[in-house]
Design a protein around this ligand. Structure first.
Ligand code: GAR
Length: 210
């Protein structure tokens, strides 16, 4: 099974979705290590409850970003991690880290990229008046919230939505597409060609499953 390293900063509900998926016998990946840059991240407890090694590596304990990223990389490599999954990891990664893990580093973002990169995506979607919003799993490139797209799911925006109600609808979709994207990658169905990820094998369209 493909060994995953999951990087979190907080709640860890996407981590939980990956942990839950990995309990299914035919799931082709397993979480080998969880790292958090925040010592009090609730997701660390989720990992420990599942019997998965979980370490807090607070960035504040390191002299600078390179030292922190090297420590994370060492921990991931010591654990034999083959694919790094960002799951609510709220620190920008340097080009060094992104290049080191190139095509072995994915992220989940709460919008239909390339729309709404950055933060506050739900309020910005409401402000823009879009009728659909959603989430994206993508390979990470140096430019923020860019890179080859692996999976997306769209959700409708309701007339009375608040940022909170819309976020909850998107989050439920995130919990479906993150394990799906990992499954496709682990099964060798995703090939990265420059700025695009090409899918082979049976086409899986997550939006229709929601
Ligand atoms: C998720 O909605 C994720 O898409 C988002 O943070 C939340 C983390 O929730 N990520 C980003 O905004 C990255 N820029 P979780 O800790 O419960 O998985």
């Amino acid at each position: 099974r493909l060994k995953l390293g999951v990087l979190i900063s907080g709640r860890g509900s996407n981590l939980q979705a990956l942990l839950d998926a990995a309990t299914v016998p035919d799931f082709p990946a397993a979480v080998a290590l969880v790292l958090s840059n925040k010592a009090d991240a609730a997701g660390l407890e989720r990992a420990r409850a599942a019997g998965i090694p979980a370490l807090a590596l607070p960035h504040k304990d390191y002299a600078d970003k390179p030292a922190h990223e090297q420590a994370m990389t060492r921990a991931l490599e010591d654990a034999g991690v083959e694919l790094v999954c960002l799951a609510g990891f709220m620190r920008l990664l340097s080009p060094w880290f992104v290049d080191h893990w190139r095509d072995r580093l994915i992220n989940i973002h709460p919008s239909l990229l390339p729309a709404f990169p950055g933060i506050d995506t739900h309020q910005r979607a409401l402000d823009a008046g879009v009728r659909f919003h959603g989430c994206t799993v993508h390979y990470v490139r140096s430019e923020v919230d860019s890179g080859p797209i692996v999976a997306q799911a769209a959700v409708p925006v309701a007339p009375d939505d608040t940022a909170e109600s819309l976020a909850a609808r998107v989050l439920a979709a995130e919990h479906q597409i993150y394990p799906l994207a990992v499954r496709l990658i682990a099964q060798g169905q995703v090939t990265v060609e420059g700025d695009r990820a090409r899918m082979s094998g049976p086409l899986v369209q997550p939006a229709t499953a929601l």
